[in-house]
Ligand binder design. Sequence first.
Ligand SMILES: NC(=O)C1=CN([C@@H]2O[C@H](COP(=O)(O)OP(=O)(O)OC[C@H]3O[C@@H](n4cnc5c(N)ncnc54)[C@H](O)[C@@H]3O)[C@@H](O)[C@H]2O)[C@@H](O)CC1
Ligand SMILES: Nc1ncnc2c1ncn2[C@@H]1O[C@H](COP(=O)(O)OP(=O)(O)O)[C@@H](O)[C@H]1O
Ligand SMILES: [K+]
Length: 504
Amino acid sequence: MSIDLTSMIYTAEQVRVGEQEAAVACDVSMAQLMQRAAQACLGAIQAQQPVPASLLIVCGPGNNGGDGWVLARLAQHAGYKVQVAATAPRSNLAVLAAQAWRDQGGLVLELESLSAGHFQGVDVVVDAMFGNGLSRDLTAPFIDVVELINRHEDDCWILSIDVPTGLDSDTGVAKPTAVQANCTVTMIALKVGLVTGEAVDYCGDIVLADLGISRAFFRTPPTLRVIQRNLVSEHLQRRRNSSHKGNYGHVLIVGGGAGMSGAALLAGRAALRCGAGKVSIACHRDSQLAIATAQPELMVHAVADDLTALLDVATTVVIGPGLGQTAWARTLVEQVAKWQGPVVWDADALNSLAVAPFSKPTESDWLFTPHPGEAARLLGCTTQDVAANRFQALTQICQNFQAYTLLKGAGTLVKSPHQNDAWVCRRGSPALAVGGSGDVLSGVIGALLAQKIPLEQVLAIAAWLHAVAGENAAQRGERGTLPSDLMAELRALVNPHQLLATGA
Ligand SMILES: NC(=O)C1=CN([C@@H]2O[C@H](COP(=O)(O)OP(=O)(O)OC[C@H]3O[C@@H](n4cnc5c(N)ncnc54)[C@H](O)[C@@H]3O)[C@@H](O)[C@H]2O)[C@@H](O)CC1
Ligand SMILES: Nc1ncnc2c1ncn2[C@@H]1O[C@H](COP(=O)(O)OP(=O)(O)O)[C@@H](O)[C@H]1O
Ligand SMILES: [K+]
């Protein structure tokens, strides 16, 4: 029995411990695992570049290098032309594998002597320098070799074994640079550092090779779960024919300060397109006309300082889109902080909480949607600190504020304050990297909450919808996609039963 581990993500330590236990349970030796790892890489190469392609395999000192040495032998047997460039092997398995390569007459080039000339006529470069054992920043000669490999990304197909060399397998941070692979064949399980932050620029296509021990390994609870389509369709069922607007909640969006009407409008539109029964906007008087004129279905209220009447009728509040950081904004934040119900805190509302936090009423549920800059303000650290360990930043915000938290950016992360594991969104597009995307996301979350999607799932579902809407909108051009373009896509995505019916 083989278990699908593609939706479960682990730390490097979990993989290290789990793989050993699983190997024992399956009566497989580490040498056999290495053989299987190399075989999996050969399979990926055969699928991409059939014999008689020319391979350059670059091996490091540990077992990642060991995988490379074994692959060299297998590939040569399979008919490939193989060159190996290596540093001295240090781990026992790597020493044995290197010896086996030499025993069959294989030549080895010193890693330090590798130069552009060695890439001539090479079809495939295999990066077997470091895997999940990378413990410090790359230095010479490895850093130079990584840069050399990356300079050949246009003429060679680059395969990284387990993890692109230089990428931290827990954080997805390049230390300080990493191999830009076309494909990463990762062993046993997907690692956190392959799916969030900068990782998306280095890994290429990720192939999971479970090495035949997944049935024992899968018992290890994952650190992250991948948000999948079925979670969305499970919670967005067909509407009852007899339903009315009162069944789908009333979202109040608090934002749209002077000069920032667009943000509140985008959030309001997204909430409407995702099925909220009613959507009201509480904005600055200077923004009222612009919003009301742009979207007649929105109920737009100019608020001087008192939100009481609007909070009384709302079922869900979203605060932040275009809110600003004025005294007016702070007055509204103070009132929402006392309101009892589900509140989505975004943008300047988060910045306001970062400056002067409020304690959450016990009856309230708070959902935070920071981008890395807002996350840094909430944690009193720098944006670089957040990028250095996105999962840790997510967990800290979640704990410090007892808030359901979504940390934005490629590989968006989601966590509940009540559960140990978290979610990662592996969908999305750089088309979303434009002002206003986040406002749309907050509107999506508001609408889902208003429709009673459970708190434990709502951020994950919203992240997936938003990301896939971004991908779909980007089909007509990544550059220049606007948050407004997401509306039609969202509408289609929140009706999965109809999508199925039309085969879309
Ligand atoms: N554990 C196992 O049995 C298996 C391991 N496999 C492979 O083994 C890899 C892990 O092997 P290792 O734990 O030996 O780790 P690595 O091969 O990733 O590297 C660890 C070695 O590199 C050194 N090192 C770390 N960072 C360095 C840096 N910046 N500069 C210079 N030296 C540095 C360490 O001191 C250690 O000697 C996996 O990524 C995978 O490719 C696979 O063969 C499957 C089975
Ligand atoms: N490269 C990317 N890949 C995937 N998603 C992205 C990318 N860039 C931005 N996004 C998404 O777009 C949204 C941007 O939100 P935010 O930074 O708050 O923008 P704004 O405040 O201008 O609306 C987030 O949901 C983020 O995850
Ligand atoms: K590697």
